[in-house]
Design a protein around this ligand. Structure first.
Ligand SMILES: Nc1ncnc2c1ncn2[C@@H]1O[C@H](COP(=O)(O)OP(=O)(O)OP(=O)(O)O)[C@@H](O)[C@H]1O
Length: 312
């Protein structure tokens, strides 16, 4: 069942800038969705609209069935937000900061719950430290603890590993996996393709306010498993010879290159047979090169394609 339903969501800021151009998306309960996109793509705007911090100028969204505008309080109660910027009261003790966040939602004190959250984030030993005494990574954990204090069902993490070292980033990934096991739905934004690969169930690519793709990570990985063999010919051809039709070759470089795409996970690549058939068809090779498509290629391809449209 979808816990977050987004339908044609739009945001035009006061100055006229259109930061969201009609985003539609459904996120299932317990899912981890990574929103990948370059700076200024609209990721923070999308999260801010869903959390009720920025008002949409078109479309609708519901969280747990509650409209984010007309049923704002009920929708907001279901979400936790970990912002990009670290903003903590320096003199407040860790445990008090988390208790306070829970109180903001009108929930009764529940020390067992607070203890569970602090332990889950490895903050229990630091519970009586003032937040200013903590390292940057620990401060980020406090932000997560605060966001979890009212037991939200959906957690938004805006750039959780921005400015975080590699080790802490891995800790963060483990934590996300633990939260998922607890049934929390997680939507995170990131610039790091590696991060999306490591933890997401689904990956959404957003650029210039539009969602370009949402796909299961496994399906994207399947695409990544494809490789290209580029065969440069000594003499260009006008068309792919009929004798080679079964290979699905494409022509590039004005007939000077044949491009063969194959699955690296397949038992046989078909390359040996292809090369034999090429020779039989009388084609002479100048060079061979293989390239592997990666999530990064897909991402760069998608985001530059839309930049091109803008320029046109
Ligand atoms: N309050 C605002 N008023 C006008 N324009 C804004 C406002 N907030 C954001 N924008 C613009 O909207 C666009 C999207 O910004 P947003 O912060 O959502 O992007 P992002 O994908 O989160 O980027 P980043 O990865 O840099 O955080 C940017 O061009 C930004 O300048």
């Amino acid at each position: 069942m979808a816990i977050v339903e987004i339908n044609d969501l739009q945001k035009t800021y006061d100055g006229g800038f259109q930061a969201l151009k009609g985003v539609s998306l459904e996120i299932g309960e317990g899912e981890i969705l990574a929103l990948l996109g370059p700076n200024g793509a609209g990721k923070t705007t999308l999260i801010s609209v869903l959390c009720g911090l920025v008002s949409p100028t078109g479309g609708q969204a519901r969280i747990g069935g509650y409209d984010i505008v007309s049923d704002y309080r009920k929708a907001r109660q279901l979400v936790g937000l970990v912002p990009q910027e670290i903003s903590l009261e320096p003199f407040t003790k860790v445990i008090d900061a988390v208790r306070f966040s829970r109180g903001l939602f009108g929930l009764e004190r529940d020390e067992a719950k607070i203890e569970h959250i602090l332990k889950q984030l490895s903050l229990w030993d630091k519970r009586n430290n003032r937040t200013m005494q903590l390292s940057g990574g620990m401060k980020r954990r406090v932000l997560i603890a605060k966001a979890l204090a009212h037991e939200p069902r959906v957690l938004f993490l805006d750039e959780p590993s921005a400015g975080v070292d590699v080790e802490l980033r891995r800790d963060m990934w483990e934590l996300v996996a633990k939260l998922k096991a607890d049934g929390v739905t997680i939507i995170l934004t990131t610039h790091y393709i590696e991060e999306a690969e490591a933890i997401a169930d689904r990956i959404g690519v957003i650029n210039k306010g539009a969602l370009l793709l949402v796909e299961d990570k496994a399906a994207l990985m399947e695409r990544m498993g494809r490789k290209e063999l580029r065969i440069s010919l000594r003499a260009p051809v006008g068309a792919v010879p009929d004798a080679l039709s079964r290979y699905g070759l494409e022509l590039a470089d004005e007939g000077g290159t044949l491009v063969y795409t194959y699955d690296t996970k397949g038992e046989a690549t078909g390359i040996t047979a292809l090369l034999a058939d090429l020779a039989a068809a009388g084609l002479k090779l100048a060079d061979l090169k293989t390239t592997q498509s990666s999530l990064e290629d897909i991402f760069v391809g998608l985001t530059t394609e839309t930049s091109g449209e803008d320029a046109a």
